[in-house]
Design a protein around this ligand. Structure first.
Ligand SMILES: Nc1ncnc2c1ncn2[C@@H]1O[C@H](COP(=O)(O)OP(=O)(O)O)[C@@H](O)[C@H]1O
Ligand SMILES: [Mg+2]
Length: 256
């Protein structure tokens, strides 16, 4: 089992979009996937056409069984949904023993090939639990002047956790809202690559289809599989970026 979290202490950088899109991408390739929403905004359920609900709250605060709180979103693809009650989960965890590894302990008992964690931007005990449980961290970032700074913030949080004895296998950085017609984004992409080299994934183009797909409760693979966000920018026989390339890079990382 591989546990991958999507983290950035900034909001609106594409964490949820990326977590939902890659989860369904893996599921469509036959992997058994669980996507866990750790953000009280509950956008994971919403993006997939469900109502927000207190799945995480019932699991952790009411000792519900995991099978009773997950939703089967698509073939091979379950979600553990959140809503505003997730705020109470934080308080509950803070008062518990072994509080950094509560999620990890729960996940270890399940039988998924991949568990993806959509983290909230806030730096709290739930965020910490998500990072502790992960063996890979994907850091989506917009290509603005604060991109490198935002990535460094989350890397330093990961460094703190490592000091406490929890190892990570690694991380990657995912440039989002890529617009190749804007000089600023090209400059920032170059800057990211200079700083982080091969850790930087192919960028995800900015694409209005992304917002539309959320409004319809569909994933991008369902709503618009030929969109720029999925297929990248196309120049004749070569394409640049897009979720399909990123999905395959992820599979290479995990050999399969
Ligand atoms: N590549 C993209 N192109 C255009 N809009 C996007 C793209 N990725 C995400 N969005 C939109 O931007 C908003 C923020 O994205 P989201 O994934 O919710 O970010 P986060 O989870 O980091 O807060 C959402 O409305 C989403 O639909
Ligand atoms: Mg989000």
């Amino acid at each position: 089992m591989h546990i991958i979290s999507f983290a950035n202490q900034k909001g609106g950088v594409g964490k949820t979009t990326t977590a939902v899109t890659l989860s369904h991408g893996l599921a469509r390739l036959g992997k058994k996937v669980l996507l866990v929403d750790l953000d009280p905004q509950g956008h994971v359920a919403f993006s997939l056409g469900f109502d927000k609900q207190p799945g995480l709250y019932r699991l952790i605060c009411e000792n519900a069984k995991i099978k009773d709180v997950i939703l089967n979103a698509r073939e091979n693809f379950d979600i553990l949904p959140s809503d505003k009650f997730t705020e109470k989960v934080k308080r509950h965890i803070t008062l518990s023993d072994f509080r950094e590894s509560i999620l990890l302990d729960l996940f270890e008992k399940t039988k998924y090939d991949f568990i993806l964690l959509d983290l909230a931007p806030s730096l709290d005990v739930l965020h910490l639990n998500g990072l502790v449980a992960s063996d890979w961290v994907m850091i989506p970032t917009r290509l603005d002047a604060l991109a490198v700074d935002g990535v460094n913030e989350i890397l330093s949080t990961m460094g703190e956790i490592r000091k406490q004895g929890y190892p990570f296998l690694g991380y990657s950085i995912l440039p989002t809202f890529f617009d190749r017609t804007t000089r600023e984004t090209l400059v920032q992409l170059k800057e990211l690559v200079q700083h982080f080299g091969p850790k930087v994934m192919p960028p995800i183009p900015q694409d209005t289809r992304v917002r539309e797909s959320v409004a319809y409760g569909k994933t991008l693979w369902e709503y618009s599989p030929n969109s720029t966000a999925i297929q990248g920018y196309n120049d004749g026989n070569k394409s640049t970026g897009g979720y399909d390339q990123v999905l395959h890079r992820l599979l290479e990382i995990f050999h399969g």
